[in-house]
Write a protein that binds this ligand. Sequence first.
Ligand SMILES: [Zn+2]
Length: 192
Amino acid sequence: MSVETELLNRSESKCELCASTDNLSGYAVPPDSDETLEQSVMLCGTCRDQIDNPEKVEVNHWRCLNDSMWSQVPAVQVMAWRMLNQLKAEGWPQDLLDMLYLDDDTLTWAKAVSDGGDDSSVIHKDSNGAILEAGDTVTLIKDLVVKGANFTAKRGTAVRGISLVADNAEHIEGRVSGQRIVILTKFVKKSN
Ligand SMILES: [Zn+2]
C-alpha cells in the first residue's frame, strides 16, 4: 500500500489539520521527512498553500487547530505546534500552545524548523556561558518575581523544555507553576 493510500486511510480522506476534503495530498513534514506515513500528514490545498507561503496565512483559518492539535498522530501534532507557534502573537494560538502537550521527542521534532533555527546570529547562553538550546532543562539560580502574575519562581526550580526567544539572546521562555514566562538567561543554569 502506498504512503498516499495509507494517509487517506489514517485521515479518513480529510485534511488532518482543518478536515477539509478539497485538494488533498500527502505532505512530508520538513525539514527531513523520510516520507513514510509516520513523517507525513494529509493536507488540503488551503493548508498546504498557507504553510508553504507564510505571507498568505489567514489567521482565522487556523482556528481549526483547536480540534486537530489533539490528534494522536505525532506528525499532525508537529504541524499544529509549528503553526500555533508561528501565530502565537495573535493571542489565542498561544493559549492553545499552552494546552498542547507534546512528548520530548515530538517537541524536539516540532522545533526542528522553528525558533529561528537557521539564525545563528542569536546565541543564548546561561549564567555560566553554556549554550542553551530549545528543549533544554534549566535551573533558576535566584528567586524571580514574575511580573503580571502574583508568584515568585523560587531559586532551584527546574524549568523543562525551554524555548528560545528568537530575536533576543537574553530571553528564554519556559513554564513555571503552570504559567509560561519569559526568563532572563543570566538567571539560569543549564541542567544535564
Ligand atoms: Zn486543511
